[in-house]
Design a protein around this ligand. Structure first.
Ligand code: AVJ
Ligand code: FE
Length: 440
């Protein structure tokens, strides 16, 4: 359905592998060796751990499993197993040095390219084998986004550089959009690289609701801060208020107060807050409190996906808000092309049929939903990818950020994190129930 032929598939996998590796290399070459092995925050791994973990997963899934080859470094599997060592403990491990890591990463990749050239990608093995490569590309890109968040936490002079995102091409009118009630196809059974938790496609009935055209901006969020929202318990859930007190939250992470104005630190560059840029680095509890203060609520995960994928003209769910075409630079701010979210209105070509904008890219959007399996879920290729995280501990985020790569972001893609996390590139969009007079 999606590949024109086997050689196109092989070329596409090779190109995606090269692209994710160029990004890992750039993120690790940007800093010196001390910086690579150091822990910039207890929330994150040293960058050198992520890099070797990327190669170790690639070795496990592609060299050993798909390729049936001998292990490259069986002895380090345990050290780079995320389930064996929490992030806070990783700097104390006898990690491979930066030099050893780079040579391990290269050795694994050489074998992977050899496996790719000789692996059957036809008939019954296409799905399994191609998926393993796609999963590994997405895995590297997801860790690249995590490494980008580590960069945001490091102190010192800026080391990453990128062009500014596009400006809105015309006047921007923020508005609410009614999403009519009725059936919608959630998830996918055909998207080739969709992970287990996005499957299978199934119909859900979604009552009419209203969602904002754009994500919440810095200026809107600043009104909440200025109105004393962080000191007014009534906007916060019980857990949210307890965390706000414990962590002494007073504004989004990386905001700095300078007299009567606010600045923001983005990758070491301190500058005035851009009013019409989506707010980023808020945790779920802050998102929830802001929504309550604004007289609205967060969308559920299902509502978010319906706003993003539902085409009322055909009743069909699209791959992306703009259609079935893979994301291009005209559609969305993805892939670390820019080091910040784009101002609202910057991507009219990325709007959904109902006119909801910037759902993909810019900032991950918190939803009110916990992480649950879709009916008919089958863990694949391993329980530890999703299944062990199901339950009430995690909240779902949708849509990807400027740091998410297109290969690891689609209309069906589901991300999750603890409700206290704010070092990720997370923002929000507001929703509300439709009034009876609206939903006719
Ligand atoms: C889907 C982003 C929550 O980073 O923990 C990386 C992705 N899984 N390695 C994570 C992942 C295994 C995962 N998230
Ligand atoms: Fe991982």
């Amino acid at each position: 359905q999606m590949f024109d032929g086997i050689e196109t598939l092989r070329d596409r996998v090779a190109a995606d592998l090269a692209r994710s590796r160029a990004r890992s290399t750039a993120l690790t070459d940007a800093v010196d060796d001390d910086d690579l092995v150091k822990q910039h925050s207890k929330l994150m791994s040293p960058l050198v751990w992520d890099f070797a973990h990327i190669a170790n997963q690639e070795e496990l899934w592609l060299v050993r499993d798909v390729g049936g080859r001998e292990p490259v470094r069986h002895d380090i599997d345990e050290m780079y197993d995320a389930f064996q060592h929490p992030r806070a403990d990783r700097p104390a491990l006898p990690l491979l040095s930066p030099v050893e890591t780079r040579s391990y990463v290269r050795e694994v990749r050489d074998k992977v390219l050899d496996v790719l050239a000789s692996t059957p990608l036809e008939g019954r093995r296409l799905v399994e084998n191609a998926f393993a490569f796609g999963m590994i590309v997405q895995h590297e890109q997801q860790h690249n986004e995590t490494m980008l968040a580590t960069h945001q936490l490091r102190t010192g002079e800026p080391v990453l550089h990128a062009d500014s995102p596009p400006a809105p091409p015309g006047p921007v009118v923020d508005e609410e959009i009614l999403v009519p009630g009725g059936p919608f196809t959630l998830g996918t059974s055909v998207e080739p690289w969709a992970l287990d938790n996005e499957r299978p496609a199934h119909q859900v009935d979604v009552p009419a609701f209203v969602i904002d055209k754009y994500p919440v901006t810095n200026s809107a969020y600043l009104e909440f801060v200025a109105a004393g929202g962080y000191d007014q318990e009534r906007w916060w859930s019980a857990d949210g208020w307890a965390y706000r007190q414990k962590a002494n939250l007073t504004s989004p992470r990386f905001w700095l107060r300078d007299g009567d104005r606010w600045l923001r630190n983005g990758f070491g560059l301190v500058e005035p807050l851009v009013p019409d840029e989506p707010v980023v680095h808020v945790c779920f509890y802050e998102a929830e409190a802001f929504a309550a203060w604004a007289g609205k609520r967060l969308p559920t995960e299902v509502e978010w996906e319906k706003a993003a994928r539902h085409d009322p003209a055909t009743g069909r769910s699209r791959r992306y808000p703009w259609g079935d075409e893979d994301p291009g630079p005209q559609h969305a701010n993805l892939g670390q092309r820019h080091l910040r979210p784009a101002r609202i209105g910057a991507y009219p070509a990325g709007e959904s049929p109902l006119g909801v904008a910037q759902l993909i890219g810019d900032v991950w959007e918190w939803t009110s939903s916990d992480f649950h399996a879709y009916p008919g879920f089958v863990a694949f290729p391993y329980r530890e990818y999703s299944e062990v995280f199901f339950g009430p501990d995690y909240k779902m985020l949708r849509g990807g950020s400027f740091g998410a790569d297109a290969s690891a972001c689609r209309g069906t893609f589901r991300n999750w994190d603890y409700p206290i996390r704010r070092q990720i590139f997370s923002g929000l969009r507001l929703a509300r129930d439709a009034r009876p007079d609206e939903s006719q």
